[in-house]
Structures are given as structure tokens and as C-alpha cells.
Design a protein. Structure first.
Length: 353
């Protein structure tokens, strides 16, 4: 951690620059513009046969339609292009389908309903295959499906993933994918494309865990923040992607006046040593708070009179940094927030460009 005396703008920025260079010299890692919804833990959560189907070859789960609501908060606010998506596998084996159809759309209204068509605004069929094989080579892992068409998310509205399967058969021992306890889903069993049902069951908070591959150089905000004693959650933001030879501002807003705060910097939002991320901090007294990054570097400071802690960091023009992942989170050091005395921001994931 930086020494508390090094909080002036010039020394703090210079030291942060040096430590940032050292950090990514010893811990390189290539950027992957992935978004995990709701988290990157592919092996956690119950295994559900919705939406991919049961073992088969017969049964109500072999022909289904499923819709999953995907919150916009997981994606760049300025919009992004989705190039591929993945499911969190339950077991090793191959799914074989007579027909496999994936559609992405913006959510049509404010909420998700039981009527399939009413949930879809501007639907784009991103994959349609017959006699299709979906190979899962590793259990408890995200496997991408290989979309044929991309989808442009506007950055503002929630999305809906629509999955339609016909004649599913799984040749492994654990069919299905891991599900969340937060994503809304609606589904219909015994669904036939030749005579489609208009409505399904739900919405239930058990939507399948997903990963998305985004096109372009983006900043992705992810995870959930928790509130400080002022009733506000620390709000982390970056002024732009970190470009070699230029500066980027890390900002933590909505703090109390003169509140001590810390930026956490790491390279992973999946693992920190033996710990899986996100790490639930409720057991330490911070109910509803989670650690979202492996902590390799800390940058402390103090909020100004407007409750803003801002750190401007010049990025060294070192070509070996290009493509290296950067995962950030902010903490308000607030003894009144909870027994742990900390309130955590959402995370930010980007890469040096």
C-alpha cells in the first residue's frame, strides 16, 4: 500500500505510475474483452436443464424455448457489439440438436413477462443451426457457441437472450448449465417450432449464467456496489481506456466530504490466490459487499469537499503493456458503513491500448 503521506497530486501520481509499471511487468496477461453475467464463477450455482436441454433423447426438456433477462449495467454505457456468448457447463460431453436458435434483443418494456414476443425489441437472430453439435470439453467452464451474427447493444436498455432448442440429446453424464439466483428467466417445455407456444412459465430468478465477448476497446463495469453511511454507494469510473503515452483519470464519486478512500488495482476478476472472485464480504461484517479484483496494488487518498476522489495517472509508453488486463475497484473507508468499516464500488475491467 502507498504510505499515507504520499497523497499529494504529484508524488501520488508519480508513485502510482511507477508501481503500475512494475505491477504489469511482473504480472502480464493478455486482454480478453469478456463480460460475465452475473459473475465469472462458471462452476457455482445449481445445474439446470433450462435452457440447453436434458440428457434425452426423449422428454419435456428436449424441446424448449427460454428467455433470459440480461441487465444493461453489466455492459459499457456507451454501447457495445456482442460477437459471441457462452454458457457455464455442468458436465463434459456433446449436445446434439435437431435445431438450435439464439436470438438477442433489447427488452421491450420495463419488465419481463410470460409472453415471449412482448419481451423482444429489435430482435436479431444471431445463430440458427440444424444438426448442430455443442461440444463441452470441460465441466464448470464457460464454452462459447460461435455466433454467426453480431448484436449491437445500446448501452441503456436491458437485453434478452432467447434460446430455442429442438431434439436435444446430451451424451455426457451431467446435462445442463449452471444457473444464477438473480437473472430473470421465462421458459416453455415441449415447445415446438412447428406449433410454437406464445407464453411460458415465470419469470423466475434462475436464469443461466452467461459470458459475452465484446468487440472493440471498451471499459466494462461489472458487479454490484454497496452503500456507505451517507446512503450512497461509491461510484467508480474511468475517463477512458488507458492508452500508452497518455493519461487516464480514476474517479470515485458519491463519497462523504473528506472521506478516506482507496483504489484497488489487479489483473483478474476470477481468482485471487486461493480465493474465487467475487468474494462475498458478509462474513466480515460488510453485508451486500463483494471484493471484485485480485489486489496487487492499492492507491489511497481523500475525497474533496464534493465527495470526489480523483487520481490522474499518466500511462507509460511501454509497448509490452499493450493488451494487459486492468481490473479496478474503489473502497470508501467509512467506519459507520458496517462492522467492517468499508463500502465497495462496482468493478471496472479494461486493458492497456
Amino acid at each position: 500500500m502507498f504510505h499515507s503521506s504520499l497523497v499529494g497530486p504529484r508524488p501520488r501520481g508519480a508513485l502510482f505510475l511507477f508501481c503500475l509499471s512494475l505491477l504489469f511487468w511482473v504480472a502480464p496477461g493478455k486482454s480478453q474483452t469478456k463480460v460475465f453475467v452475473p459473475d465469472g464463477q462458471a462452476g457455482s450455482g445449481k445445474v439446470n436443464q433450462v435452457p440447453l436441454g436434458g440428457k434425452g433423447p426423449f422428454g419435456s426438456f428436449q424441446n424448449m424455448r427460454t428467455q433470459i433477462r440480461i441487465p444493461a449495467s453489466f455492459f459499457p454505457a456507451g454501447g457495445s457489439t456482442i460477437k459471441d456468448l457462452a454458457f457455464a457447463t455442468g458436465g463434459v460431453g456433446n449436445y446434439n440438436y435437431k435445431t438450435f436458435v439464439l436470438t438477442l434483443a433489447h427488452l421491450k418494456g420495463k419488465g419481463m413477462g410470460k409472453t415471449f414476443a412482448d419481451n423482444l425489441a429489435g430482435p436479431v437472430e444471431v445463430l440458427r443451426e440444424t444438426s448442430y453439435k455443442l461440444a463441452f470439453s470441460k465441466k464448470d467452464a464457460f464454452h462459447f457457441v460461435g455466433l454467426k451474427t453480431s448484436f449491437r447493444h445500446d448501452g441503456k436498455r436491458d437485453m434478452v437472450l432467447d434460446v430455442q432448442i429442438q431434439g436435444a440429446f446430451f451424451n455426457g453424464t451431467t446435462p445442463g448449465s449452471h444457473r444464477s439466483s438473480t437473472l430473470e428467466t421465462v421458459f416453455a417445455l415441449d415447445y415446438k417450432l412447428s406449433n410454437p407456444k406464445k407464453t411460458g412459465f415465470g419469470p423466475y430468478k434462475q436464469g443461466a449464467k452467461l459470458a459475452f465477448l465484446l468487440e472493440g476497446k471498451k471499459i466494462v463495469y461489472f458487479g454490484t456496489a454497496c452503500k456507505a453511511a451517507n446512503g450512497k454507494a461509491p461510484n467508480l469510473s474511468l475517463s477512458g481506456v488507458p492508452i500508452l503515452g497518455k493519461s487516464v483519470d480514476f474517479s470515485l464519486a458519491d463519497l462523504a466530504q473528506k472521506m478516506p478512500a482507496v483504489f484497488l488495482v489487479g489483473t483478474s476478476d476470477v481468482k485471487w490466490g486461493n480465493f474465487s472472485l467475487p468474494l462475498d464480504l458478509s462474513v466480515l461484517g460488510a453485508k451486500g459487499c463483494s471484493l471484485l479484483t485480485n489486489v496487487l496494488l492499492m492507491g489511497p487518498g481523500t475525497a474533496d469537499a464534493n465527495g470526489l476522489f480523483k487520481l490522474s495517472v499518466p500511462i507509460p509508453n511501454i509497448t509490452s503493456l499493450r493488451g494487459t488486463r486492468l481490473v479496478l475497484q474503489g473502497i470508501a473507508l467509512d467506519s459507520k458503513a458496517n462492522p467492517l468499516g468499508m463500502a465497495f464500488s462496482r468493478g471496472a475491467r479494461t486493458a492497456f491500448q
